[in-house]
Design a protein around this ligand. Structure first.
Ligand SMILES: Cc1cc2nc3c(=O)[nH]c(=O)nc-3n(C[C@H](O)[C@H](O)[C@H](O)COP(=O)(O)OP(=O)(O)OC[C@H]3O[C@@H](n4cnc5c(N)ncnc54)[C@H](O)[C@@H]3O)c2cc1C
Length: 280
């Protein structure tokens, strides 16, 4: 669930230096700051839906601001330089991945209709892919219409095939990322260590992400470019994992994880620590 509040800089104040992180993922809480126009910005905090306690607390504007001040990337924004322009905390739920099949066994289920964008496929907004997917899908539709102007069945079939080949993998990636995020959040909510089972391949992948990919992105332009190609849907979701050169660079950074300081914490490491800092 998203919790958002909007702010405007006070007269004479400026945005904080924008050289550090703009958000973070603590496992039990994800967050970010988003700059707007006219000296405005918003802060968004996101909790798992199962966390009833935190979910109810963050809907209170005082608790919300207090929480944002405990988080490394948002604290400088709420140090008094800005004032809220929304009295309430805006809450948004129902963040999901959804694939609607308009074609089954090669036959359209509804004629006279070609859906695009969220109507056919939507991914969790957290991943920021919806607009790119919608534009890309519209291009695939235009190509199918141009290729089969006089044959509606072939037109719809070509469009459906293109969606399945190009865009469906991003839906699957969203489903898998959400499942992993839910697993981690549930473990943290229960007071368990999500990385406790070292034989679990997911634990290994989290370690490679945290201690391999993240540091490599800061020091290796090849890895950084590969990440942004994937982030902007210019390469398939598994491109980074299957590129031998990128993989070798990420693992080289991971191998050196004990020879450098641990990755910086972007907020209280434990949910209980954050709760203890919030007003009752
Ligand atoms: C909170 C949130 C954050 C997001 N963040 C990002 C992000 O950072 N990056 C990103 O790429 N994507 C993001 N997305 C996803 C992105 O907004 C959508 O994927 C994208 O807008 C889909 O475009 P669309 O044209 O399919 O649908 P929409 O943009 O929803 O457009 C559908 C339009 O149809 C109108 N409509 C509905 N019913 C009718 C009717 N009966 N008659 C007439 N009009 C109607 C609606 O009012 C709406 O204007 C986010 C989504 C949400 C909810």
């Amino acid at each position: 669930m998203y919790f958002s509040r909007f702010y405007r800089l006070r007269e004479g104040e400026e945005y904080p230096p924008r050289s550090g992180p703009i958000g973070g993922d603590l496992g039990y809480l994800k967050y970010g700051v988003f700059v707007g126009d006219n000296r405005t910005f918003s802060v968004t905090l996101a909790t798992p839906t199962v966390d009833d306690e935190l979910r109810k607390m963050l809907a209170d504007p005082v608790v919300f601001d207090s929480c944002a001040r405990q988080l490394v990337a948002t604290a400088p924004w709420l140090d008094g330089r800005a004032q809220p322009i929304t009295e309430q905390v805006h809450v948004m739920a129902g963040l999901l991945n959804r694939w609607r099949q308009y074609v089954r066994d090669g036959r359209p289920l509804a004629t006279g209709l070609i859906p695009v964008g969220d109507a056919v496929l939507c991914t969790n907004p957290l991943y920021g892919r919806g607009c790119s997917i919608a534009f890309w899908g519209a291009h695939l539709m235009a190509q199918a219409v141009a290729a089969h102007p006089d044959d509606p069945l072939a037109m719809v079939g070509a469009y459906d095939s293109a969606l399945r080949a190009e865009i469906y993998p991003w839906y699957r990636a969203g489903v898998e990322q959400d499942a992993e995020a839910r697993r981690v959040a549930a473990a943290l909510l229960a007071g368990d260590d999500p990385d406790g089972d070292t034989s679990d391949p997911r634990t290994f992948m989290r370690s490679v992400f945290r201690d391999g990919l993240l540091p490599a992105m800061r020091s290796d332009a090849v890895v950084l470019r590969a990440f942004f190609r994937s982030f902007n849907l210019l390469s398939p979701p598994d491109a980074m994992a299957t590129d031998a050169d990128v993989g070798a660079r990420v693992f080289a950074a991971w191998q050196e994880r004990d020879q450098r300081p641990p990755e910086p914490q972007l907020g209280p490491a434990h949910r209980a620590d954050l709760l203890a800092l919030l007003p009752a």
